[in-house]
Design a protein. Structure first.
Length: 482
């Protein structure tokens, strides 16, 4: 039997062969020679050189020893390389294991080496994929962190977050829906990679992919089902997960389509779930901020009313200005959001007067230059009071600029014409009108006719908006301002 053919056998068979070569065969030869010497038949043993017999025994012993040692060394080598490490890829002697696996032998050592070779290759591939995933996650978190620090608009942060996730995970489309628990519906909050008209604005809880994950509170991975990938929002491959924090569901996120034409992995679903938790946290914080700011807004509104109540001349002024401004805005056909801005801004347009002394506010005569400069600071003081309210940022402009005139002669910034929004122009006219027709410390109230004449003069001088005053005059004529 050739040595090469022996090496291709199993460890047990190799042991049997080499045991025979090293021990049994020399023993049989010796027994045979002794038998011949005893019987005197056959070979003349006396003529055989003892050195020859010794050489034969040595040769067989060496062959047996070397053959047995060869496969035992392989076992020991493989065992040592595997036991001296805890599968740290940087410490494994991959070269030795791969060389053992390349052998042509069919025995257990070669097969075992091949198994571990495959494990190493798969492990290295998994490590590479994990590094890519970790890198993607780091990039996502880094970009989102910067966005949160630099962007005050919550909707912009959510939109930017979604775009970053879709890009980092190699997806084509993505959406985030916000849950309205009272109505049991999910409302579209952000989308990317798909036309807005192709996405439903509302989805019932339990319907579609996002509705299912939000209702079941479970993430979902749908692999690619066929070679031809769909282009709709919920076409596989896709991954989706609910936005949950403190056992409360805030909505759901779903990304679909794969630029590389592959399915999403469990690791990518894990990344999306981690980001979903951060998004849910931001939703919770935003809701908390809204509640806090509403309390703050109501507090300063009550404070403004309290300040007005102390002065018989200004008592009820903000409420009347709000009523006039809303009537004018409705007559001009302004949108609902503008009406809301006017309502809130009118309530607080004079809140800055809290910072003006009573001596100036209640002075019976005209103010001198120094006192007038102090009085003209109240819009800026009001801006400072309202500025912390990020969810009421829309009312800052009307509050700060309700004393600006179209010709640039107003204060505090001397704005002109188009730089003054229509909402602010409406508030300005409503404020001036109420101030004219009510008593002031320095003069008696004007009649409606006198106030109209004064406003017409201001229109001629290019100070106030002609269309706004025209709407006011029309409402006065139709007696719709009462």
């Amino acid at each position: 039997m050739k040595i090469k053919s022996v090496k291709q056998k199993s460890i047990v068979k190799q042991f049997y062969v080499y045991f025979l070569v090293a021990s049994v065969i020399p023993f049989i030869i010796l027994v045979y020679i002794l038998f011949q010497r005893t019987t005197g038949a056959g070979i003349d043993v006396a003529q055989i050189n003892p050195k020859v017999l010794l050489s034969i025994a040595v040769v067989f012993s060496v062959l047996g020893f070397w053959g047995t040692r060869s496969f035992l060394v392989k076992i020991a080598l493989l065992s040592n390389k595997l036991t001296e490490t805890t599968f740290d890829l940087d410490r494994i002697d991959k070269k030795t294991i791969l060389e053992l696996a390349k052998g042509e032998e069919e025995g257990e050592v070669t097969q075992l080496a091949k198994v571990f070779s495959d494990i190493i290759i798969n492990l290295e591939e998994s490590v590479r994929e994990l590094k890519v995933t970790k890198k993607a996650l780091y990039q996502i978190l880094s970009r989102i962190g910067k966005a949160v620090e630099s962007v005050d608009n919550f909707d912009l942060v959510i939109q930017f977050t979604l775009e970053t996730i879709v890009e980092a995970l190699g997806a084509k489309r993505g959406v985030i829906f916000f849950l309205n628990e009272e109505k049991g519906i999910l409302k579209l909050k952000a989308l990317t990679g798909i036309n807005k008209k192709d996405v439903p604005r509302e989805i019932k809880l339990g319907d579609e992919t996002v509705g299912w994950v939000a209702k079941e509170r479970k993430p979902l991975l749908v692999p690619s089902l066929d070679e031809k990938e769909g282009d709709s929002l919920f076409s596989p491959p896709l991954i989706s997960t609910p936005l949950i924090i403190n056992d409360k569901v805030w909505g759901a996120i779903c990304i679909s389509g794969k630029k590389a034409g592959l399915s999403f992995s469990e690791e990518e679903l894990g990344v999306l779930s981690n980001i979903a938790y951060q998004i849910a946290t931001s939703f919770e914080n935003a809701a908390l901020n809204v509640r806090v700011e509403k309390v703050y807004f109501e507090t300063i509104s009550a404070l403004a009313l309290a300040v007005e109540a102390k002065d018989r001349y200004s008592r009820g002024h903000s409420e009347r200005v709000s009523k006039y401004a809303l009537k004018i805005a409705e007559f001009l056909g302004l949108e609902e959001k503008d009406l809301n801005i006017l309502r809130d801004a009118a309530r607080l347009h004079d809140i800055g007067k809290i910072g003006i002394t009573d001596e100036i506010l209640h002075k019976p005569g005209k103010l001198n230059n120094e006192e007038m400069l102090l009085m003209r600071k109240h819009p800026q003081i009001g801006e400072g009071i309202v500025k912390p309210l990020k969810n009421f940022v829309h009312i800052i402009n009307p509050i700060k600029h309700h004393h600006e005139f179209l010709d640039g002669s107003g204060y505090p910034d001397g704005l002109k014409a188009d730089s003054i929004p229509l909402v602010t122009r409406v508030l300005t006219v409503a404020d001036i009108f109420d101030a004219m027709i009510t008593d002031r410390p320095y003069r008696k109230a004007l009649s409606i006719a006198q106030a109209k004449k004064e406003l017409e003069a201001m229109v001629q001088a290019g100070k106030v908006d002609k269309n706004v005053t025209g709407a006011l005059f029309k409402l006065v004529e139709e007696k719709k301002l009462n």
